[in-house]
Design a binder for this molecule. Structure first.
Ligand code: BT5
Length: 310
């Protein structure tokens, strides 16, 4: 949202205020205030003109403005009711040089997982991609994936879903029917040997979505806790992610606290082959330490499966 529009909205949120007074306070013309009020109405905000001035009476359910309203993190949100993939749009924005923009969609028609797997993205989810330009060497980027998984797990726990994390990027919910996937993270980057140019962190969260609209191995917030206010949930997720990224070393303790993988027997498919053993720890920037029959092995990327105890 433009800076002035955001300030007009903040002004309205404080209580009824007349157009001229708001114009004075923000040091813009009355015509500009009127223009922004109209644009906010267009975006779904209820703004009544009363004797005491403009009054904010309703906030849109979801969308860019709804998420930015009261957001305590420096992100601009670009919203789509439908898009092929928010990661693709975020990559294009990253190439243009932007930073701290979130591409958000209600529905994706070409959502992607890792290695070009399909990601089911029906209407009602939270499908978003953050464009970041961290001052990090490329080798440390995995910590962003962990940070996004922690932020997502914590945000859904706040709405009553007991989520845990499977290394490296899956947010799971355990139940009688085993562990099911509630959210996933797809991190993509571009950079040189010593410095990252951009990182796009994509998060797909099955929010107000029927369980029948996602794979059998998946679950949704709707199925576990009923529908939620997606704007509040998204804000919470973004704020937690912003806090975590500002302290990369602090991500690991938070991740360990939510990990379902540590202490479990796992099978990890890596490019170099299969690793089977007990997952004993995660090390910066996101390396899984597995105790195998032949000793300790470190895995930096791969697909992890939780096995039954031997
Ligand atoms: C992931 O991949 O878990 C990363 C998913 C990232 C999706 C977000 S949505 C916003 C942004 N824009 C994009 O285009 N992508 C990102 P991976 O670990 O490879 O898991 C993929 C597997 O999860 C699939 O092969 C299915 O088995 C399963 N799956 C597909 N859709 C799912 C869903 N909605 N919920 C849970 N599991 C799903």
């Amino acid at each position: 949202m433009q800076g002035i529009r955001r300030r007009v909205l903040e002004g309205l949120a404080e209580g009824p205020v007349s157009g001229p007074r708001l114009a004075d306070r923000l040091d813009v013309s009355r015509a500009a205030v009127w223009k922004h009020v109209e644009a906010l109405r267009e975006a779904g905000f209820g703004i009544e003109s009363r004797e005491a001035g403009y009054e904010l009476t309703a906030v849109p359910e979801f969308g860019g403005e709804a998420v930015e309203f009261g957001l305590d993190a420096p992100f601009d949100v670009e919203y789509y009711e439908e898009i092929a993939s928010t990661n693709d749009r975020a990559r294009a924005l990253a190439d243009e040089g932007v930073a701290d923009v979130v591409v958000l969609a209600d529905e994706q028609t070409g959502g992607r997982g890792r290695m070009d797997r399909e990601w089911a993205s029906p209407s009602g989810g939270v499908w978003l991609s953050l464009v970041c330009r961290p001052d990090l060497p490329p080798a440390q980027v995995p910590v962003y994936t962990l940070a996004a998984a922690v932020a997502t797990a914590e945000a859904v726990r706040a709405v009553g879903v007991e989520a845990t994390i499977k290394w490296p990027n899956d947010v799971l919910v355990a139940g009688d029917d085993g562990e099911r996937k509630l959210a996933g993270v797809l991190t993509e980057m571009e950079g040189e040997a010593d410095r990252v140019s951009w990182v796009v962190v994509g998060v797909g969260l099955n929010a107000n979505v029927d369980a029948g609209a996602v794979p059998d191995t998946a679950t949704t917030v709707r199925e576990r806790a009923g529908d939620v206010d997606r704007a509040t949930l998204t804000r919470d997720l973004l704020e937690r992610f912003h806090e975590l990224r500002s302290d990369p070393e602090g991500v690991l303790p938070a991740w360990r606290e939510r990990a379902a993988t540590l202490g479990r027997r796992v099978r990890v498919e890596t490019l170099g082959g299969e690793v089977v053993g007990t997952a004993v720890d995660v090390e910066f920037p996101g390396t899984l330490v597995v105790e195998t029959a032949d000793g300790e092995t470190r895995v930096s990327a791969g697909d992890c499966e939780h096995l039954r105890p031997a």
